[in-house]
Design a protein around this ligand. Structure first.
Ligand SMILES: [Mn+2]
Length: 298
């Protein structure tokens, strides 16, 4: 099963390359199975309509789905190499495609951002926007420096990233050690309550301004599904109240696609075994991905 039945061959006109990372070993929870999300999210697309909300015909989008990275769950170093090689193989076929990754736990974002930012983007003005209920800023967690709870820290530690081009949005479940790290390093997070305190439109403008003030043109967008309210996205490991609505995130993605060159994106932390029987979280993830792709599409 492919995402919306798109083909799997990268062609001269391909704009988006979807791939899965079926890996959840670095989650801090044992009862989640986000490793099955790439396949589940593909499966639900066969029951969804073939136009986007704004009337774009989905089959006309230049998307391919090339399948999953080969993962050996507990072999972290091997998987990091596999993911890097997988991305390099994509770029070797076509330089200017936009990788769209379906995780997996949030750690899957790290090797993707690292490879995209270090090896393939000549433009130094690259930013990363992470939508997440959490900061994921621990330096170490249960299995060491690599964990879904350390992913923002690992991205921050990459040479290209600093407090001016990394932003975390939608946070509302922050541990004290993470708060200290954010404060010490000046890592910016726009907490979820600010959307209602300042107004959605104002905070949306602040997000765009944050990157524009740092002269960012190219943006990678990572969506941890738990940024959304658990009432609409129950299928995830940490169901934290007070999250964004689908429409708010949809509007934000539309705004980002208008203002920046999106160079890659992902959706992570969907746990199909915790979802409602009608698969509402997988549906939500599939919808968000195709809507975002349509906003970015030429
Ligand atoms: Mn996360």
């Amino acid at each position: 099963m492919k995402f919306y039945d798109f083909g799997d061959i990268i062609a001269s006109d391909t704009e988006f390359v979807i791939f899965g990372i079926p890996w959840d070993y670095l989650s801090s929870k044992d009862n989640v199975n986000s490793s099955t999300a790439p396949q589940k999210i593909r499966e639900v697309t066969k029951d969804l309509a073939l136009t986007t909300e704004m009337g774009v015909e989905i089959p006309s989008l230049k998307v391919v789905d090339i399948g999953d990275v080969s993962i050996d769950p507990t072999n972290i170093e091997r998987n990091l190499r596999e993911i890097k090689d997988f991305l390099i193989a994509i770029y070797n076929q076509k330089k200017d495609v936009i990788p769209v990754m379906i995780g997996g736990d949030h750690f899957c974002t790290f090797p993707v951002v690292k490879t995209i930012s270090k090896e393939f983007i000549a433009d130094d003005n690259i930013g990363v926007l992470i939508f997440d209920a959490h900061l994921d800023l621990y330096d170490k967690w249960d299995k060491g420096v690599y964990s879904h709870a350390t992913v923002s820290h690992r991205i921050y530690d990459l040479d290209q990233f600093n407090k001016n081009n990394l932003l975390i949005v939608g946070t509302r479940d922050i541990d004290i050690p993470e708060m200290k790290i954010a404060n010490e390093k000046g890592i910016n997070h726009f907490d979820a309550f600010l959307f209602s305190d300042l107004g959605f439109k104002n905070l949306s403008k602040d997000i765009v301004a944050f990157f524009q003030n740092s002269r960012i043109k190219s943006l990678y967008v990572s969506i941890d599904i738990d940024v959304l309210d658990p009432s609409i996205a129950p299928g995830t490991g940490y169901a934290i109240p007070g999250g964004l609505s689908y429409r708010e995130l949809w509007q934000l993605l539309r705004l980002l696609a208008k203002n920046f060159k999106i160079i890659g994106c992902d959706i992570v932390e969907v746990s199909p075994n915790l979802d409602a029987p009608n698969k509402m979280t997988s549906n939500l993830a599939a919808k968000l991905l195709i809507e975002f792709i349509s906003f970015i599409s030429n």
